[in-house]
Design a protein around this ligand. Structure first.
Ligand SMILES: NC(=O)c1ccc[n+]([C@@H]2O[C@H](COP(=O)([O-])OP(=O)(O)OC[C@H]3O[C@@H](n4cnc5c(N)ncnc54)[C@H](O)[C@@H]3O)[C@@H](O)[C@H]2O)c1
Length: 287
């Protein structure tokens, strides 16, 4: 196990962003995904991002290659044994994450920290599938990872102080601001954000206003940088739906009922920006 090596599980929009900021912080990074295409897309997304940063003068050109060389695409979860910190950013489904944590528990050393970038799922429940629940923690990055400052740090019931301190130090080394919360559905960020997005979808579903009007009202009237429907497209409508389902189930309160329109779009494969169509249509898919 190496103190300067991180493994990121999942090479989607969040996983690739986390891998990028980890490499920029000087860590060696393995980026694993079940899908080889996603790994390839993720690596391309990172190189595109780094070059854009260099062009804007935010990163010296000579650093781009060095940072990129710290990244290794990985087709084997076993390589997690080399990492002191594993950050899981696979799809927002408890069964998928439990399976990953069970396998990680087997291949990693006793002192390795297993973090999840989950948006809403219970860290305590994930930790319970491992033999080292004291090493399991939530490390919730925001989208887009290279831009957003916050990392919500979620302590499960058994998370140790040492695990917490290590993760806070890693987040700070990535130039992020960690803020601690307790382990309840949706934590703070999505307990507040996602019902607002869901309500915007209900307003559209009920025909109260056009999508552009809903987003325009929230941008111009509330000074939000983007409207809730455009934000849902950025997050991914599948992820939004999974989070609403977690809130609904976790609190048993119908105020968190996912809007039927959100469910319908997800069933249709209209997942937002990542598939080229959600509430809006995107000509160019993000690389
Ligand atoms: N999208 C956001 O704005 C946002 C923000 C914060 C946190 N998150 C959380 O980050 C996680 C990933 O979200 P995303 O937006 O990157 O999704 P995404 O759909 O872009 O990527 C998910 C990736 O997980 C991979 N995957 C699926 N099963 C896997 C497995 N068993 N092992 C390894 N990889 C697997 C998929 O191939 C895909 O590449 C979710 O838990 C989500 O809730 C998302």
């Amino acid at each position: 196990m190496k103190k300067d090596t991180i493994m990121v599980i999942g090479a989607g929009q969040m996983g690739s962003g986390i891998a990028q900021v980890s490499a920029q912080a000087g860590y060696n990074v393995y980026m694993y995904d079940v899908s080889p295409e996603q790994i390839e897309k993720g690596m391309k997304r990172i190189s595109g991002q780094l070059f854009r940063q260099a062009e804007k003068g935010k990163l010296p050109h000579e650093d781009v290659k060095q940072i990129y060389q710290r990244l290794s695409p990985s087709a084997a979860l076993d390589e997690a044994r080399e990492a002191f910190l594993i950050i899981e950013a696979a799809v927002e489904q408890m069964d998928v994450k439990k399976d990953i944590f069970t396998r990680l528990d087997e291949v990693t050393e006793d002192s390795a920290i297993l973090a999840s970038n989950t948006s809403s799922l219970s860290i305590t429940e994930l930790a319970a599938v491992t033999k080292k629940p004291q090493n399991v923690i939530g490390m919730h990055f925001m989208n887009p990872v290279p831009v957003m400052q916050l990392v919500e740090v979620i302590r499960g019931l058994e998370t140790s102080g040492e695990t917490y301190e290590t993760v806070v130090a890693a987040a700070e080394r990535m130039n992020k601001v960690p803020i601690e919360v307790r382990d309840f559905p949706g934590f703070i960020s999505n307990r507040i954000l996602m019902p607002m997005i869901n309500e915007a979808v209900f307003a559209l579903y009920e025909g109260i206003a056009e999508k552009e009007s809903i987003d325009g009202i929230m941008k111009l009237g509330m000074n939000h940088p983007m409207g809730p429907l455009a934000l849902a497209d950025l997050i991914g409508l599948d992820t939004c739906l999974y989070i609403m389902e977690t809130l609904h189930e976790g609190f048993g309160d119908d105020k968190y009922r996912p809007c039927p329109l959100l469910k319908q779009y997800v069933s249709a494969g209209r997942l937002g920006k990542k598939t080229g169509r959600g509430f809006y249509t995107y000509e160019k898919q993000p690389t």
